[in-house]
Each structure stands twice: as C-alpha cells, then as structure tokens.
Design a protein around this ligand. Structure first.
Ligand code: SAM
Ligand code: SF4
Length: 352
C-alpha cells in the first residue's frame, strides 16, 4: 500500500491486511464499515474563520494538484458502485468555489446506486447556487453560521458577509434542501453568549442547529483545550434558556447527540468530538481535493490515489488501495493519549 508518511509517528495503525475478510466493503479491524464518503473538492476559501485558518490564507493547492472533474467522478463512482458507499458529502475549503461543483453533484446523483448527497458550505454563494444544485440532484445542505451579529461575524470570519450567508440559508430552505442543518462553533469571549439566540433563530426558520466542539485542526496550531467551549458548557448554557430532553431517536453513526427543545419537535445537536468521541461508531472515509485518501480527520498518514490514477491504474488497483487504507484505520483519534499529534493538514484541506 502506498501510504504517504506525513512526518508524524504512526499511531495504532496497521499495514497487515492478512486478516481482512474477503469483502468488497470498506471494513476495518474494529468491525466498522465505512459507508459515508466526505469529499473535499477544493482547499481554498472566501472566509478566514479564526479557528480554521490565518488571515492571509494558506498556500493553496495548485490547479494541477487538484483532481479534475473526471478524476473526482471516477473515484466517487468507485466508492459508490464498488465499495458500498451510500452517502456522499461534499465539502472543502469552500466547495461553492469549485467551478465544476454542479457537474460533480449531477454525476454522483446519476450513479445507478444513487447515494444520498449533501454539501457543507459557508453559505456565501448558496443564494445563487441553490436552484442549480437541486436540479443536479443534491439532497441537502449543512451551512456554517457561528453568529447572528454582523460585527462578531466580521471578527470571527474576517469578512463582512453575514447577509450573504443568511440569504444562502433562506434559499436552501426555499429550495427544500432539507433538513437544512446549521453548524456552529462557539469561541470563548467571542460568540459563546449567542448559543440561545442561534437556537431560537434556527427553530423559527425550521433549520436544525448543531454545535461543534472546536477541534485541534486549525492551520495555525493555536487550539487550546482549556479555551474550548465543551459540550457540557454548551448544554448548560442552553439549559438555562430551554428545557432539553434527550432525543431517544436512534443515533446510529451520527456524530451529533440530540436533544428535544421544550418538548420538541424542534431539536438541537451537539457534536462533542473532543470530550465525547464517537469513533467507535464512525462510518467515514475521506478523499481530499488532491486525491489523498484518509481514514480519519485526525489521520497522520494518507494514501495517494492521484499518482496511481495518473499513472494508469485500473479500477481494481484503486479499489485495493481504498480497502487497505480503511482496514488500517485506527480505533480512535486518541486525543486523550500522550501519543496524539495534530495532523499536518488543516481542516480546510482535509474537508470538515
Ligand atoms: N467552508 C465550509 C464551511 O465552513 O462549512 C466547509 C468546510 S469547513 C472546514 C466544515 C466545517 O468545519 C464548518 O462547519 C466549520 O465550522 C468546521 N470547522 C472548521 N475548523 C474547525 C475546528 N478547528 N474545529 C471544529 N470545527 C471546525
Ligand atoms: Fe472557510 Fe469553512 Fe474554514 Fe471558515 S471553516 S475558513 S468557511 S473552510
């Protein structure tokens, strides 16, 4: 297997595939089966969220390094038609900056096994894109919105684009890209006073809000666990304004723990990747915009698919590489272990 060492010691992975059962599916050593593919389409972004990247941006991938439309479509087809993937989520960077986004979504939705498709976006260009995306076959969207205050938005994202995001959200709802999910990251002393306002805003408009604990995936490596707003704190804050009761609906592999708000039917989710990891139920496999496979957000190794593809690899070879990469997946991200090392690729280049 051509795993690329990213310069960080391997933690609890394996390259031994002798015990791998004879199945086409993306099984690993811990009984998990990956059926959810996250595809990062581009690493570039038109915001500069402080918890994600520095003000000056990052050294973006060059055009020749990015998979082109055909290469992207080929790998998505292999995942869906050969490897049992049932859900394809497009992300980035900012996926709406990718010119062929609508074509890639249309090709994915037209696959015989038609997977469920979704898009994670900062929402800025969603107003203009919602209709073509629906026509291409997109099922739903996740829009990131951390604040309803224009000044806080400017401070947090370093751009004055709150109105565009709100318009994008409204367009998604109108075009029935539902459920429209909203992702929010709370930062201490910046937007952590807005948890209740964000929830009221989402309930009034029929969006499903999920808070995400801030993770050590920023390009600047400035994450500080002590500063992070934990799931417990989020629930405490919400609990002072709303009556929250656990939503007993089957959670499955969904990362968000959900609560009914004031008896329901509205809910709120909390994705506690740091304090309550859900690795044991993980069903994800990840592809970066430059054709690298990752078994986890926090992987410290990647498997190159672009090189073999450009060297003429047959589907069977790409299938084998994908299966072996997932077999090697570690049991968990190990954030609480002394061995944990932040991956060198930031969230914006992995695909969140
Ligand atoms: N640009 C798109 C967006 O913001 O939705 C898609 C990519 S972004 C990396 C995907 C999600 O990751 C967003 O909801 C964002 O808030 C979240 N995110 C980025 N950096 C994060 C971090 N360090 N910890 C937790 N979530 C993060
Ligand atoms: Fe861009 Fe999304 Fe990162 Fe914000 S979180 S800088 S919108 S990639």
């Amino acid at each position: 297997m051509t795993a690329v060492d990213l310069g960080i010691p391997l933690v609890r992975r394996t390259t031994d595939t002798s015990a791998r059962p004879d199945t086409t599916r993306l099984v690993d050593r811990f009984g998990r089966i990956a059926t959810d593919l996250r595809v990062s389409l581009i690493d570039k972004c038109n915001l500069r969220c402080t918890y994600c990247m520095p003000a000056e941006g990052l050294p973006w991938l060059k055009r020749a390094e990015l998979l082109d439309t055909e290469e992207m479509n080929r790998l998505i087809r292999i995942a869906v038609e050969e490897l049992g993937v049932t859900t394809v989520r497009f992300t980035g960077g900012e996926p709406l900056l990718r010119q062929d986004l609508v074509d890639i979504i249309a090709a994915t939705a037209a696959l015989p096994s038609r997977p469920t498709t979704s898009l994670t976006t900062n929402g800025i260009n969603l107003g203009g894109f919602a209709e073509p995306l629906v026509r291409a076959g997109l099922n739903r969207v996740n829009v990131s919105l951390d604040t309803l205050d224009r000044d806080v938005f400017k401070q947090l994202t370093r751009r004055d684009r709150l109105d565009d995001v709100l318009a994008g959200l409204a367009a998604a709802k109108e075009m029935r890209l539902e459920p429209v999910k909203v992702n929010a990251v709370l930062m201490r002393g910046i937007n952590d006073h807005e948890a209740g306002d964000l929830l009221r805003f989402c309930i009034e408009r029929g969006y499903q809000l999920r808070f995400i604990e801030q993770m050590p995936l920023d390009a600047q490596h400035e994450w500080d666990r002590g500063q992070m707003i934990t799931a417990e704190e989020i629930l405490e804050r919400l609990g002072s304004e709303f009556a929250l009761t656990p939503d007993v609906a089957e959670r499955g592999s969904a990362p968000a723990e959900r609560w009914l708000v004031d008896g329901g039917p509205a809910t709120v989710g909390v994705i506690a990747s740091v304090t309550r990891p859900f690795c044991a139920a993980c069903d994800r496999t990840r592809l970066t915009a430059d054709g690298q496979l990752r078994s986890c957000l926090f992987s410290t190794t990647e498997t190159d698919l672009r090189g073999p593809m450009r060297a003429g690899a047959e589907d069977a070879e790409l299938i084998r590489l994908w299966q072996e990469t997932m077999w090697a997946k570690a049991a968990g991200h190990g954030m609480d272990s002394g061995e944990f090392a932040q991956p060198s690729r930031p969230m914006s280049a992995i695909g969140g």
